[in-house]
Design a protein around this ligand. Structure first.
Ligand SMILES: CSCCC(=O)/C(O)=C/O
Ligand SMILES: [Fe+2]
Ligand code: NI
Length: 185
């Protein structure tokens, strides 16, 4: 079940709000300029399917976003719990960073935990299959896929170099909850 928790950025043990309601999540995130949508596949897809088949299942929504935002590339990224590089892949996103482009991700399968640090608060968003999250450029955030990561995600890029993270040097992410095994589903 998708979930939003909002914390004061000095109080990682005491959520100010917690909700698993998609409409409420979208409304709260909308206040900080973050889009949160649910998409449905035109035909069933599963982890391991070719990227072309996965993108074909969401073609209408992909084209809508590309048209509205001028994305220059779209790809599919997958990780399974037995990936030998999982530790390094997890570590890459664990510290607070920002991008010079919107971070737009659609979860085809599996889950991941985004934490957005905005206006003295931390918005922790557990994204699951069917969720689209669009985080404005410059938003400080981190992402945890957990110790046994499992997801397939469609990523949208405007910058020609693909993923580039600008790390803030803050240790805030270490004080906030990590992705917990078994929290999704
Ligand atoms: C679901 S892909 C997420 C990883 C990523 O691209 C990023 O920038 C996380 O902050
Ligand atoms: Fe990021
Ligand atoms: Ni802060």
């Amino acid at each position: 079940m998708s979930r939003l928790r909002i914390f004061d950025h000095d109080a990682p043990d005491a959520p100010l709000l917690a909700t698993a309601d998609h409409t409420a999540i979208a409304a709260e995130l909308g206040k900080i300029g973050v889009a949160f949508e649910q998409w449905e596949a035109a035909q069933p897809v599963k982890p391991g399917d070719p990227p072309e088949a996965i993108m074909a299942a969401y073609r209408t929504d992909i084209d809508r976003l590309v048209e509205a935002n001028g994305f220059r590339s779209v790809d599919v990224v997958s990780i399974a719990p037995d990936n030998p590089s999982r530790e390094a892949m997890r570590a890459k996103f664990l510290d607070e960073h920002a991008h010079k482009e919107d971070e737009v991700r659609f979860f085809v399968a599996g889950s991941g935990l985004f934490s957005l640090h905005v206006g003295g608060k931390v918005y922790e968003v557990l994204c699951e299959a069917g969720d689209l999250i669009a985080v404005p450029d410059g938003t400080t955030h981190w992402f945890d896929m957990g110790p046994e990561p499992s997801f397939v995600a469609i990523r949208f890029f405007t910058e020609p170099d693909g993923w580039v993270g600008h790390f803030t040097g803050s240790d805030i992410a270490q004080r906030f909850p990590r992705y917990e095994a078994g929290q999704a589903g």
